[in-house]
Design a protein around this ligand. Structure first.
Ligand code: 5GP
Length: 208
């Protein structure tokens, strides 16, 4: 058994990234096991969110303690709140041969790339500015000020697309989904991995 692959997915909010991830985790097409990491955050809990399901909602004090305890594989300040990825969960899950998906911002992606060079990062873009604004307005969860901040932040996030390994434009949801699954499948099929996984078969075939 090989270790799992760490996939990082980033996108400006309003790109449909969460829906893509949800569909991916429920996909019957993907032939590899994948789990989404639940981040820790200091931001307030939104309507409909559950602690331990969407995030682990913690205080700033607890977050700082976790930083000092080196409990985060990466962490960043996004929209004035802190977000971080549990080091223990990632190491344990990858060790057990299960892929992990990190739904994090460009700052976190940068840290992960440095710490885990074998990880793969995917950037999701909306099909247009118009569509991005429309989707941000349709969320119905945020104040106008929040929406305005997100629009400004989305431009900063998009500027970092070039640092990623893959790019998906989420215009048609099913196509974007298919592309996401293709990336994951292809990463598992690369020679470096396949050689390890199929060592016995390869040795047997090459033996006279
Ligand atoms: P939201 O508060 O809308 O759920 O997320 C805001 C932003 O924080 C999103 O871009 C999301 O990807 C990012 N984010 C969520 N969890 C983490 C994390 O653990 N680390 C980092 N660096 N960013 C995160």
């Amino acid at each position: 058994m090989d270790t799992g692959i760490l996939f990082v997915i980033s996108a400006p909010s309003g790109t449909g990234k969460s829906s893509l991830i949800k569909a991916l985790l429920n996909s019957s097409v993907l032939t590899y096991q994948i789990k989404e990491s639940i981040s820790y955050t200091t931001r307030h809990i939104r309507k409909g969110e559950k602690n331990g399901e969407h995030y682990f909602f913690i205080s700033k004090e607890k977050f700082k303690k976790m930083i000092i305890g080196e409990e985060f594989l990466e962490y960043a300040k996004v929209f004035n709140n802190y977000y971080g990825t549990s080091r223990k969960y990632i190491e344990h899950t990858l060790f057990n041969g299960i892929d992990v998906l990190l739904n994090i911002d460009w700052q976190g992606a940068k840290q992960i790339r440095k710490k885990i060079p074998d990880s793969k990062s995917i950037f999701v873009l909306p099909p247009s500015k118009h569509e991005l604004y429309r989707r941000l307005n349709n969320r119905g969860q945020d104040s106008n000020l929040d929406i305005l901040k997100r629009i400004q932040k989305s431009t900063i996030e998009i500027q970092h697309y070039i640092e990623y390994d893959y790019l998906i434009v989420n215009d048609d949801f099913n196509v974007a989904m298919y592309n996401l699954i293709t990336i994951i499948q292809a990463e598992h099929l690369c020679i470096k991995r396949q050689q390890k996984v199929n060592q016995l078969i390869i040795n047997h075939l090459l033996n006279n």
